[in-house]
Design a protein around this ligand. Structure first.
Ligand code: NAP
Length: 259
């Protein structure tokens, strides 16, 4: 969509969501920005308001289905949404251990998978009935290939990528565009926590610019930077006996104590 007027961004209180919020903040627009951290969200809202749009902040957890449905339906009645960006997400890796902790896997699923569904589902039928709108889902290049440093995270992003690409074909006849965004490594609080090498780590402004241009062009997939996308894509399509040899654990992780 070339010039959306009403935009919703989940997870706008930091990182990529904050970058997108600032990029879309312009006079004549209405922005609904969500997050959980009140202080950070309000700082982003103030920075966006200084650029001229009307900004509505919402402190809501994307894993709370009823709260998300209420918030999005109420907002959409008043301001029919042009562009909905399901960006909120978390990342956990295995760290020094063999696997992610079970509670981390649960949290990853509740936020990165169920949270995306809770964001998109309340709006789909409403956009389809209007015959217009754009939905963007924040997946990752981790969705292309099985990454040994963060198995559960990569699996949640593979879900989002798959789901988004299926929604694209499903909603196109109704005039609703779906864009699945697959960034490589972008500097943010999430990547600051990583203790492994992050090839082609990109700064947030450059990543924001690529995402905004891809969304304006209505592309079904926005994946970047290309060397990481191609490598991950190739890894994902190779026969598994080759792919698993190319993607091994470099260092043997710690095992938890066994009773
Ligand atoms: N950075 C990268 O390299 C990279 C690469 C590929 C994909 N991504 C994806 O991009 C998205 C944003 O990541 P980021 O790097 O910008 O990380 P970030 O700086 O940690 O930002 C994450 C955002 O998501 C929000 N969030 C997390 N859990 C939430 C919940 N339960 N309910 C509502 N909001 C929640 C956070 O809000 P609060 O802090 O206020 O809770 C924050 O605004 C994620 O989906 C991530 O998987 C990032």
């Amino acid at each position: 969509m070339k010039n959306p007027s009403v935009i919703v961004i989940t997870g706008a209180s930091s990182g990529l969501g904050e970058g997108l919020a600032e990029a879309y903040a312009a006079p004549g627009r209405v922005l609904l920005l969500t997050g959980r951290n009140e202080q950070r969200l309000h700082a982003v809202v103030a920075a966006c308001e200084a650029r001229g749009p009307q900004v509505v902040p919402a402190l809501v957890d994307v894993s709370d289905r009823e709260a998300m449905e209420r918030m999005l339906t109420d907002f959409d009645r008043e301001h029919p949404i042009d562009l909905l960006i399901a960006n909120a997400g978390i990342g956990y890796g295995t760290g020094r251990y063999l696997m992610e902790r079970p509670e981390h896997t649960h949290e990853l699923s509740m936020i990165n998978i169920i949270g995306v569904s809770n964001t998109v589902m309340p709006v789909i039928n409403r956009m389809a009935a209007r015959g217009r709108g754009q939905i963007a889902l924040m997946a990752s290049v981790a969705g292309f290939a099985a990454i040994t440093q963060s198995p559960s995270y990569a699996a949640t992003k593979a879900y989002v990528k798959h789901w988004g690409e299926a929604l694209y074909g499903r909603l196109k006849p109704f005039g609703v565009e779906v864009t699945t965004i697959c960034p490589g490594f972008v500097k943010s609080a999430m990547t600051d926590a990583n203790r492994f090498s992050m090839p082609f780590l990109m700064d947030r402004d450059r990543a924001t610019d690529i995402m905004v241009r891809g969304l304006a062009a209505g592309r079904s997939r926005v994946a970047f930077p290309w060397p990481v996308t191609w490598a991950a894509g190739l890894l994902g399509t190779l026969p598994s006996f080759i792919a698993t040899r190319l993607n091994p654990l470099r260092r043997k992780p710690k095992l938890p104590p066994i009773d």
